[in-house]
Design a protein around this ligand. Sequence first.
Ligand code: GLN
Length: 204
Amino acid sequence: MNGYRPVVGVLALQGGVAEHASLLEQLGAQVVLVKRPEQLEGLDALVLPGGESTTIDRLTRIFGLRQPLIEAIAGGLPTLGTCAGLILLACEIEDPAASQQTLGLLDVRVGRNAFGAQVASAETTLDWQDAAGSVYPVRAAFIRAPRVVCVGEGVEVTARYRGEIVGVRQGNLLGISFHPELTGDTTVHEELLGLTSRAAASSP
Ligand code: GLN
């Protein structure tokens, strides 16, 4: 990565934080575990991990992170939301829990727990379409995963599973239903790092 070490935040309120952090470090990033609003300053990219979207939503409000997150991401910070993180990014939830809110930034509607309960968790290989249209295999784990039920204009579908949309891209935002950080597949995280402005500036 030419000595360039992007600074990547991982929202660290609940869920699969450590797995993202170690995959990002493996890719040469400096990781900041984000628990406070001021830790969003100076980031090159951000990951919203999987976990429980209702809990993460509540905690973002309790910790005063909801509005700073909206401002940072809407301001162009490259962001990857995985599973509960995808739900958090979405504009609309088909079946929200009582009083559940989202950040409302990714123009998709999601349906929670679309592939069954925890016991129906599965690992599979998906086709991932990058921004240039090339297709790569991605090893993906599904754990009480959401599906994307509809996408707005300007949202590209990047992956499907059992006919359902499980990966999307909208400008600097990537949303995926699955967990590549649990299988160790770096494809999606590499794409996130490629979106950082200094990476874009250093590419030919
Ligand atoms: N079903 C969970 C939710 O709605 C997401 C599961 C996950 O992130 N692995 O938040």
